[in-house]
Design a binder for this molecule. Structure first.
Ligand code: ADP
Length: 402
């Protein structure tokens, strides 16, 4: 049964981001007069081998930990039952009203989050071929949670949804129409992150509400998005999360002729997939590491080349996205590298000098929220992203209407 909380008590929302062997979760407490606030973060890792549970409070102080034996790998339902039990004990008077999930693919139909029903789940199952590495794990967590707590409403928030209303030219490949109609088109990802930034930027800089903004989400997965007046206009990721920028281990944009060449050499789809997703990008170019920190510290010329290629491609995509928007009024860095790597931001800033970018070195070193110099023609911001917060907001809206 659905839990409807006491009218006077606060509501809590569980946010889930499920991968192949790990499940990250956050618990948000709703507030009548503002956005939900996170009170617990945690994860279950080692699912299928030797699961381990850990939870921390909002100040990142450990709250709990548990390790299961290697002889009890645990099915997802049992693990989620454990998690829900633990959360119930730590709600401090609040009532869990729903779970919001990060789901990678919503296909062409979903331009907004959706309350999950069996019919919607069947439809999302049909999108597995479009995102075989992520979608099945997202859906497995939803099914396991439904078994562990049948009455709890669940909401899917899609990485693709924010990009669904891009102009058609940004969504279409120049391939035979039947393939486009079958769903072979550009979807774009990291949508929850971009949506959060589109909401946050005008709070920091009200004059940028209608602006044309290039946002660089630079994490272990990396992409960029052109946002005009809060709406996605174009993005660097396309049919899959492989397109666009080089990433930790993914290649980014590549001439499809390379794939034909590799196939003619005898590589099969599995081998090509493994190479392009897991052995390319910063790792492939440096031969050393997929971690930007390690590359910046390394004196190896291949590490320096990997960093340079990453920054070059960010600058190049800035030009492309600006052209899609007919101009650029602001630039935003976000995610792991974007939020914390002053050297990468400085290098990208240098390459964008032609657009009028001039960074304030001290502000950049300090990861300040505005890092451009007062006289910079283009303002540049660093905004920590919050995909979980965005999921909590969407879930609350679908459940309570506010
Ligand atoms: P994910 O995409 O997995 O959510 P994040 O957005 O947290 O990841 O980004 C992770 C990446 O950020 C790491 O792989 C690392 O390369 C990079 N990173 C984190 N901190 C720094 C830092 N101080 N300097 C440079 N790179 C960093």
């Amino acid at each position: 049964m659905s839990q409807t909380g006491p009218a006077s008590g606060p509501n809590a929302i569980l946010v889930v981001n499920a991968g192949s062997s790990s499940l990250k979760f956050s618990v948000f407490r709703d507030r009548a007069d503002g956005d939900p606030v996170v009170v617990i973060n945690g994860q279950i890792s080692g699912i299928g081998t030797q699961p381990e549970f850990e939870a921390k409070d909002a100040a990142r102080r450990p709250l709990a930990g548990k390790r299961w034996g290697a002889d009890e790998p645990g099915d997802r339902t049992a693990l989620l039952r454990y998690l829900l039990g633990w959360i119930e004990e730590h709600l401090e008077g609040a009532t869990l009203i729903a779970a919001g999930h990060r789901v990678v693919h919503g296909g062409v139909r979903h331009a907004a989050p959706v309350l999950l029903t069996e019919a919607v789940m069947e439809e999302l199952d049909g999108l597995v071929p479009l995102a075989p590495l992520h979608q099945p794990h997202n859906l497995a967590a939803i099914r396991a949670l439904a078994e562990a707590h049948p009455g709890l409403p669940q909401v899917a928030c899609f990485d693709t949804a924010f990009h669904r209303n891009q102009p058609w030219q940004a969504q279409m490949f120049a391939i035979p129409r039947e393939l486009t109609e079958e769903g072979v088109r550009r979807y774009g990802f990291h949508g929850l992150s971009y949506e959060y930034i589109a909401r946050r930027l005008p709070q920091l800089a009200p004059e940028l509400g209608d602006a044309r903004v290039v946002v660089a989400h630079l994490g272990s997965g990396a992409s960029m998005c052109g946002i005009h007046g809060g709406r996605s206009v174009d993005s660097t990721m396309g049919f899959t999360a492989l397109d666009g920028l080089p990433m930790g281990t993914r290649c980014g944009a590549i001439d499809p002729g390379v794939l034909i060449y590799l196939m003619r050499k005898g590589m099969d789809a599995g081998g090509i997939e493994k190479m392009l997703y897991n052995k390319s990008g910063l790792l492939g170019v440096s031969g050393l590491s997929n971690d930007m920190r390690a590359l910046l510290e390394s004196a190896d010329p291949r590490a320096q080349e990997a960093v340079e290629l990453f920054c070059f491609r960010i600058a190049k995509e800035t030009g492309a996205l600006s052209a899609s928007m007919g101009g650029i009024d602001a630039f935003v860095f976000t995610a792991g590298i974007g939020e914390r790597s002053a050297p990468v931001r400085a290098r990208v800033g240098d390459k964008l000098a032609w657009l009028g970018v001039e960074l304030d070195a001290a502000a950049n070193e300090a990861n300040a929220s505005r890092i451009s110099a007062p006289g910079s023609r283009l303002p540049v911001y660093v905004i920590p992203t919050d995909e979980e917060g965005m999921i909590a907001l969407h879930t609350r809206k679908l459940l309570t209407g506010r």
